[in-house]
Design a protein. Structure first.
Length: 251
């Protein structure tokens, strides 16, 4: 299995040649930067900053780049998550008049509106992103006002009771638990933690749900399989209860 550094080096050089002057910066974020990377589970999380919004023509180019990368590194296929956004979209603070392109595990490459949900990623990259190509993230990207990050996180939390209905596999259920733990801790302390860090802190803050959170953490980091038994009812109850608790002071 190729190392993360080898895959990232390959991606950087291939994208640099293929996208030429349209690519302003390429930034690594997520667990590999946070120091909580699990080689058999974690994704490679990247933000690509472009000169202009992506379109269908660029999508065709990107689709071929990702397909070729998967062929060269089959063990990483489906585990390279990239968001493509124009610098203008980031500077304007998101909005449906801009679009981004995105590919992530279980989600094929597609265009979507640059909604306020994206602000959380942009803020994290500005603060902690590692440059693979282009200037340091803090020089290219504008700082995001903490209140805007908080608003975006609250919108995310508000949507989870609807999203959780679709979480039918143990992998999706584990992801739901850990992601909501991250949102909870980010809203408490103003800093995005890794999934593991957020789980461990939420176990302490929410002992009633300790068993479920530990289950989700262990499934995620100990190479759980989607053939394992799930805990849908528990996960749905957790999401509804924690979401309500987070949102109650905001109402």
């Amino acid at each position: 299995m190729a190392s993360p550094d080898l895959v990232l080096s390959d991606l950087r050089e291939t994208w640099r040649r293929a996208l030429a002057d349209r690519l302003l910066g390429l930034y690594l974020h997520g667990s590999l930067v946070a120091g909580d990377f699990a080689v058999n589970r974690s994704d490679l999380d990247l933000l690509a900053v472009l000169t202009d919004d992506p379109d269908e023509k660029l999508l065709d180019v990107l689709a071929e780049l990702h397909a070729d990368l998967d062929r060269r590194h089959p063990r990483w296929a489906g585990r390279v998550e990239v968001e493509y956004v124009s610098l203008h979209a980031v500077r304007s603070g998101a909005g449906r008049d801009h679009v981004i392109a995105r590919i992530s595990p279980g989600e094929s490459l597609h265009l979507l509106p640059a909604t306020t949900h994206r602000v959380v990623t942009w803020a994290a990259v500005h603060d902690y992103g590692r440059s693979l190509l282009g200037p340091p993230a803090g020089e290219l990207l504008p700082a995001v006002e903490p209140g805007r990050v908080r608003t975006a996180l609250l919108e995310h939390v508000r949507d989870w009771p609807t999203w959780v209905i679709q979480m039918t596999t143990p992998g999706a259920q584990s992801y739901a638990v850990l992601t909501l733990c991250r949102a909870f801790q980010s809203l408490r302390f103003g800093r995005q933690l890794s999934k593991r860090q957020a789980a461990e802190q939420t176990v302490v803050a929410c002992p009633r749900w300790a068993d479920l959170i530990v289950w989700a953490r262990d499934w995620w980091y100990d190479s759980g399989q989607d053939t394992d038994p799930g805990r849908f009812d528990d996960v749905r109850a957790f999401v509804h209860e924690l979401s309500a608790a987070i949102l109650a002071p905001e109402e």
